[in-house]
Design a protein around this ligand. Structure first.
Ligand SMILES: [Zn+2]
Length: 262
């Protein structure tokens, strides 16, 4: 492991560009959420399971209010690793934790969306809506009082349908939000030609393989000056043609980053 870690650190140091792909291993852990005080109160108050719509919003409050040491530490290591580098990050995570890490927002693209902005469930408009302080207050108070009926579902001002987080989990996912960053990303990729590139794939499984896994492999294969690192607890294996230049690290990628500088 130490040898592989050293190789990664060295390749990053030697590289002109660093491309990072983050997958589901970087998702925030759910276990702590269901143990959370406000979550339990919500469950107690919702005996008939009539207020399930509240859960994703509750999650956002939990994400923002509580400490998430392991995830925060992993992102902090990543930020330290990329300090002073010309990098770009593609993430499949939707929890928005990456934006709290000090990594440059204009170097991150999240094609699966984020729990940052709201969209109309019916997709009547491309417009996104902010998550407002009042919404958070209304929801929190209703739960604390045990009177969930005091908080009505948040609705789209245009058509009255309910609002949901702008993520790939919405049936009519509004992709408009991430497209400008995606454009920036594809432009950045064009600069890879003939430069020494370090490609790191961390925690990416086979969900949405056309976003990170397949294109990263392809770029690593065709770019003569590219180094390729794949870190994953289960899916760390490399294809035959990448075995020579690839560094396969069999370790949960979040753990790996937590311990990167220790
Ligand atoms: Zn609408």
């Amino acid at each position: 492991m130490t040898e592989k870690k050293r190789k990664l650190l060295n390749d990053i140091k030697e590289s002109q560009l660093v491309l990072i792909g983050l997958g589901t291993e970087f998702h925030i852990e759910e276990e702590d959420f269901v143990q959370w005080d406000l979550y339990r109160k919500w469950q107690e108050a919702d005996r008939n399971r009539e207020y399930l719509w509240m859960e994703p919003f509750l999650k956002r409050i939990w994400l923002r209010q509580e400490k998430h040491l392991k995830t925060e530490k992993a992102y902090a290591s990543l930020a330290k690793l990329l300090e002073g580098k010309n990098y770009f990050i593609v993430t499949l995570c939707t929890d928005g934790m990456i934006y709290k890490s000090g990594l440059a927002e204009d170097r991150i693209v999240a094609p699966c969306g984020n729990m940052e902005k709201l969209q109309c469930r019916a997709g009547c408009t491309e417009k996104l809506y902010p998550w407002k302080e009042e919404m958070e207050q209304e929801l929190t108070e209703a739960i604390l009082e045990g009177h969930l009926e005091k908080c009505s579902p948040f609705t789209c001002p245009c058509c009255g349908e309910t609002l949901e987080w702008n993520t790939i989990h919405v049936q009519r996912y509004n992709e408009a939000a991430y497209l400008p960053m995606w454009e920036k990303y594809t432009k950045w990729l064009q600069g890879m030609l003939n430069r020494r590139v370090c490609i790191v794939e961390a925690g990416v499984d086979f969900s949405y393989p056309s976003v990170i896994r397949w294109p990263f492999e392809k770029m690593a294969y065709f770019n003569k000056k590219a180094d390729f690192h794949r870190i994953h607890g289960t899916w760390y294996q490399l294809a035959e043609e990448l075995k020579e230049k690839g560094n396969s690290i069999s370790c949960n990628s979040k753990e790996f980053f937590v311990n990167l500088f220790v």
